[in-house]
Structures are given as C-alpha cells and as structure tokens.
Write a protein that binds this ligand. Structure first.
Ligand SMILES: N[C@@H](CCC(=O)N[C@@H](CSS)C(=O)NCC(=O)O)C(=O)O
Length: 258
C-alpha cells in the first residue's frame, strides 16, 4: 500500500496533538447541492463554543444556522475567501440574523465587510485556553482579492487551489501568472500533509493534501512550468457562471440587496 498520501483523519471533530490536548476543534464541511457545488466550512471551539463560517452562501444560511444551533455554537465571523462570481455570499443575511456577527473579506477584494484582512493577518476565535487561529495568506490570481486561510494542518484555499484543478483566471482581474506564483509560494510551501479544503468541487471530492496536489494537479503540479500553466488556462473555454451578473454586485455589498 502506498502510504505517501496518508494523513491524519480529515473529518469529524479531532484533537490536535500537542496544541490543545484537552480540547480540539469542531469541524464540519457543508456542501451546496443546489447548483454551485460550494463548500462552506464551520469551525468551532468546543470550550467557548465560539465559531466561524468560511464561505457561507445566501441560499444556505438557514441550513448553516441549524447546524450552528444544533452544536450549541455562537458565530463570531462569516469569513470569505474572495468576492465570489457564482453565488451570493451569506455574510449579509448572517449578520442580520446573528447579533454581533462580523463579516470578513480581504481589503484587496474591494468588497464591503466589517473586517478587512490582508496577508499575514491572523483571525482568532475560541477560549483563551483554546485559541484557534486562521493565518491569512494572499493567494491572488483567480481574483485579485483571493486569500487562503491556514489553520493548523488544514488550508482553506477558496478558488485558488481546487482538487486537481484551480480557479479560472479569465475575469475579475484574474491572472494565470499571479495564480501560479500564489500557489507555488503560498500553498505548496506548506507541509505535504496539510489538508486542502477548497471552495468548490465539481466531481464529488472533498479533501486533498498539498503533497497530492504538488504531484498530481494536472494544471499546476510541480511538473508544470508557468508557461505551460498559462497555456492551459488560456484554453479552458469555460462558460461564464450562470449567476455572475447578480452575484458580483451583491457580493461587493456583503451579499445585501440594498
Ligand atoms: N458552472 C458554474 C461555474 C463553474 C466555474 O466557472 N467555476 C469557477 C469557480 S466559481 S467562479 C472556476 O474557477 N472553475 C474552474 C474550473 O476548472 O472549473 C456556474 O455556472 O456557476
């Protein structure tokens, strides 16, 4: 059996050895089956019950809040990896429904939010005895305002790095050259066993690792040069996302139609 891609169990609640041996992290991966194939991630601290959602969708806010309530969690942040073009963010509706919740997005996205983050910032939540940190890494290329969030042995890559793929670069200030550099310098520098949680998967896959993507990603794995990547991306010929015209303006305003 080839064990090179074996890593710690990715799902369920797990205790991170050495960091918080008596606590851990509540983790849920939620999938939008209504068309966008988007993953929303719920991360929570079992001690204080503070929690965050990464990339919530407007249509799925009630689903997300049901999970949050079932688990007795209190949402602190609705965090976006970027200004999405294929669906409307749930940040605005969550703010309306959850007192004190703050929306988060990169300053470079140009979108409205309560908290604007940039490369090197750290978003923290949880109890003093169990602080959970999300380190912000700028990963532009799919859009200029894309960031990824590193949390222990996981990275939430948005549309920068997908499983065996990557985000398209043909609109919203996209740049194949920038995306190649982002993935190579910000994501492929993480340990090989780091779990990759993307914002989408269109083939039913849920998680990958940095080591797998370095070896097996057909667009920008280590075997591909930047020139080859740029050529691949310029020949994708993808149709525009069906909801782009409503999503982009709404997401610039935190998903609120005012
Ligand atoms: N069919 C979908 C849009 C599919 C799409 O373009 N996905 C984007 C991410 S959302 S902007 C993408 O980057 N895809 C890369 C790829 O290789 O598929 C719709 O109509 O919404």
């Amino acid at each position: 059996m080839d064990l090179k891609f074996f890593s710690k169990p990715p799902l369920a609640d797990f205790v991170r050895e050495g960091l918080r041996p008596d606590a851990g992290l509540i983790f849920r991966q939620l999938f939008d089956t209504s068309g966008s194939s988007t993953y929303t991630y719920l991360l929570g601290d079992p001690v204080s019950k503070e929690a965050v959602l990464i990339d919530p969708l407007k249509e799925m806010v009630d689903r997300d809040l049901a999970v949050v309530n079932d688990l007795g969690l209190k949402l602190k942040y609705a965090i976006n990896t970027h200004c999405h073009a294929d669906h409307i963010t749930g940040s605005g509706d969550l703010k309306a429904k959850v007192t004190g919740l703050q929306s988060v997005i990169a300053e470079s996205s140009g979108a409205r939010a309560d908290v604007h983050i940039k490369h090197g910032d750290v978003i923290s939540f949880g109890a003093d005895s169990n602080v959970i940190n999300l380190e912000v890494r700028a990963t532009p290329g799919h859009t200029d305002g894309c960031v990824s969030y590193v949390c222990d042995n996981m990275v939430f890559t948005g549309d920068a790095l997908l499983i065996r793929g990557c985000g398209r670069t043909d609109f919203q200030g996209g740049s194949s050259e920038k995306l190649y550099d982002s993935v190579r310098t910000q994501l492929f520098e993480l340990p090989d066993e780091t779990l990759v949680y993307p914002a989408h998967d269109y083939k039913g896959r849920m998680v990958s690792t940095i080591g797998e993507e370095k070896e097996l990603n057909p667009r920008l794995g280590l075997k591909k040069t930047k020139e080859e990547f740029v050529e691949i991306m310029s020949n994708l010929n993808l149709a525009y996302p069906k909801k782009i015209d409503e999503s982009l303006p709404a997401n610039l305003k935190c998903g609120i139609d005012d």
